[in-house]
Ligand binder design. Structure first.
Ligand SMILES: Cc1ncc(COP(=O)(O)O)c(C=O)c1O
Length: 442
């Protein structure tokens, strides 16, 4: 919960203009909440980085409206889910949107609609959140890891191609950090091998590849509105698609008794978004575009500054990356250009100057959670003990193993700051480099 009045500190910054410029008429026309406290939102008094999520009276009004309507769920004849689905589909140039309770359930809906199940292999990248993997194993399909491209942090399509076997049912690339993976190569691969492509776009609302918003380059795309995401309702998700039949299958899978015309596999679940979440998303929506523009401008400036520091390599963007969501700002850190200062100490030194950074993902394919699948009795029964032992061997990702040692991230809120703060971040990194010999010895 944001602290009262801390918004002022944030709104007093140069970020104010861009962040408030996006107020929609619908939002400002909402009737005021009785006895509403002064609008509060999101900023930390001591840090120029805003607390996340940013919220104010728009969210309070939206939530109270749903509360008072008594229509709290999609099945109560309410309209907020549909309102959000229509807005998100239109903004992302998709024919259909199916709102879900999370990004994980968006993935489960897509996999369920495709009837992905035991015996099927699904190819995913190793540089991703564990949820991508979990959605595959919750369907009892076999996750197969492709390797990363170190310069972009995105999946290397050539290694995805090499991982295809006769059992492959689905390609599941991830647009990590909110930057689209190489959708030219991935869609060509899906077409050539006659495989469906589902984009894990959980971090990538508003991201584009060659001017087209992500999510519909292949059969569909899955999005997350979890608490840290650029568009959030605490939890939530969505599937986008241009395919009418797939949309109906997704709709029917995500809601028991779903009545859209589509053949059924006999499988289903309840993965519906509540009306409260849909209302929150519509309120957050009023700031989305302005926040995205601010992140974009600041990320471009930061990349220009960091590229001048030897040993810091911002994630490379391809020509196709015409717009990025900047859920994360990622760069590689080369200790050899910092007097061999270990990455952990580099991050510590940044923190001491008020610049919070993370070392990012570890090697997902080698975690205890992932390795446990090899001895899972259900998996051994479905795929065979020998095949599950070989599966561990198949999951080698040498490029990613190196990448996870070098990666450093800033969260998306770190980009919702003034240009001066972006310059300070670059100055802090340059200063740490100058002091790196001394820091390495300490
Ligand atoms: C790449 C990726 N895939 C899937 C998910 C799962 O989304 P959720 O947490 O909403 O279930 C997330 C986010 O948390 C994610 O970052």
């Amino acid at each position: 919960m944001p602290r009262p009045l801390t918004r002022r500190a944030f709104l007093g910054s140069a970020a104010t203009v861009s962040l408030t410029a996006g107020l929609s008429r619908a939002a400002t026309a909402e009737k005021p909440v009785a006895k509403a406290p002064a609008p509060v939102a999101a900023a930390n008094k001591t840090s120029p980085t805003p607390e996340w999520p940013v919220w104010d009276q728009r969210e309070e009004t939206a939530l109270l409206d749903v509360l008072r309507s008594g229509k709290w769920g999609r099945t109560s004849g309410a309209a907020r889910n549909r309102e959000f689905e229509t807005a998100f589909a239109a903004r992302m140039h998709a024919r259909h949107c199916i709102a879900t309770s999370s990004g994980t359930t968006a993935l489960l809906t897509a996999l369920g609609a495709l009837n992905v199940g035991p015996g099927d292999e699904v190819i995913l990248p190793p540089y991703t959140f564990v949820a991508t993997f979990n959605a595959i194993t919750a369907s009892f399909a076999l996750p197969v890891f492709a390797d990363s491209d170190a310069a972009s942090f995105q999946v290397d399509p050539a290694t995805m191609a090499a991982a295809i076997t006769p059992a492959t049912r689905l390609l599941l690339p991830v647009h990590i950090a909110g930057t689209a993976a190489d959708l030219d190569a991935l869609t060509a691969l899906a077409k050539a091998r006659n495989l469906p492509l589902i984009e894990d776009a959980c971090q990538a609302p508003l991201a584009e590849w060659r001017g087209q918003p992500v999510g519909t380059a292949g059969l569909g795309g899955c999005f997350s509105f979890q608490a840290s995401k650029n568009l959030t309702a605490g939890e939530g998700g969505a599937v986008l698609t241009n395919d009418d039949n797939f949309a109906h299958l997704c709709y029917n899978f995500h809601t028991p008794g779903g009545a859209k015309p589509a053949a059924s596999s006999g499988r289903g679940a309840n993965y519906r978004l509540t009306e409260f979440q849909a209302a929150l998303l519509m309120a957050q929506w009023t700031r989305l575009e302005a926040q995205a523009k601010l992140r974009d401008a600041n990320a471009a400036h930061l990349s220009k500054l960091l590229s001048q520091i030897p040993g810091i390599a911002p994630a490379r963007l391809a020509a196709g990356n015409t717009r990025n969501a900047w859920h994360l700002y990622m760069f590689r850190y080369r200790p050899e250009r910092f007097s061999n200062l270990p990455r952990a100490k580099f991050i510590q030194a940044l923190a001491q100057e008020g610049v919070a950074a993370s070392s990012g993902y570890t090697s997902l394919n080698t975690t205890a959670h992932v390795r446990a699948l090899a001895t899972n009795p259900h998996y051994q029964r479905i795929y065979g003990k020998a095949a599950m032992a070989r599966w561990l061997e198949r999951n080698q990702c040498p490029v990613n193993d190196r990448l996870v040692e070098e990666g450093v991230w800033f969260g998306q809120a770190k980009l919702l700051v003034t240009r001066a703060e972006i310059e300070r971040v670059a100055e802090v990194i340059a200063r740490v480099q100058k002091r790196s010999g001394e820091l390495a010895r300490a």
